[in-house]
Design a binder for this molecule. Structure first.
Ligand SMILES: [Zn+2]
Length: 165
């Protein structure tokens, strides 16, 4: 067995050192200083992971979630722009989506917050807490980033198509 093959069986060897199928890997690790070192560091990493404990959620997580849910439930339906956006994004045929996503990303890029603020005029949403507003802002940023990803993906696949001549 060479070092390259040994790399791929190191994990098996660590998890089940006594298995007959790992005999070749075990003898290589014992004879090769480089792979032995690799095996030792892997072993140390796993030992460390065994001591790791998942952190407890913050004490008020459930309460905060419940407040957020109640506020969302109390809200009137989203304004026309939100409804149009979700309709275009999720209800139209697959072939139109890249163009629509591109157009929406362009609106977000060019208009920035201005457009969103304009479309928000006349909306009578109840006042929400600062925390919820922050979360909604994060959510909007996330949507914009997803739209950008889709745009880049489409641009990339368009470049890959071979010339038709
Ligand atoms: Zn080796």
């Amino acid at each position: 067995m060479n070092c390259k093959d040994c790399q791929s069986v190191l994990l098996d060897l660590l998890l089940d050192p006594g298995a007959p199928s790992n005999a070749a890997g075990r003898s290589h690790v014992e004879s090769c200083a480089k792979c032995n070192q690799e095996f030792k560091s892997l072993e140390a990493t796993f030992a460390l992971l065994d001591t790791w404990e998942a952190p407890e959620p913050s004490p008020y997580f459930d309460q905060k979630l419940a407040v957020r849910l109640r506020e969302e439930q109390a809200m009137p339906p989203a304004d026309w722009f939100e409804r149009l956006k979700s309709r275009l994004l999720f209800n139209t045929g697959r072939q139109f989506r890249p163009a629509l996503v591109g157009a929406l990303a362009l609106i977000l890029l060019v208009g920035g917050g201005t457009f969103a603020n304009l479309s928000g005029i006349g909306r009578s949403r109840p006042q929400t807490s600062a925390t919820v507003q922050d979360l909604q802002l994060l959510d909007k940023n996330d949507q914009a980033l997803q739209a950008m990803d889709q745009l880049l993906l489409d641009a990339g696949s368009a470049d890959d198509t071979p010339p038709s001549s």
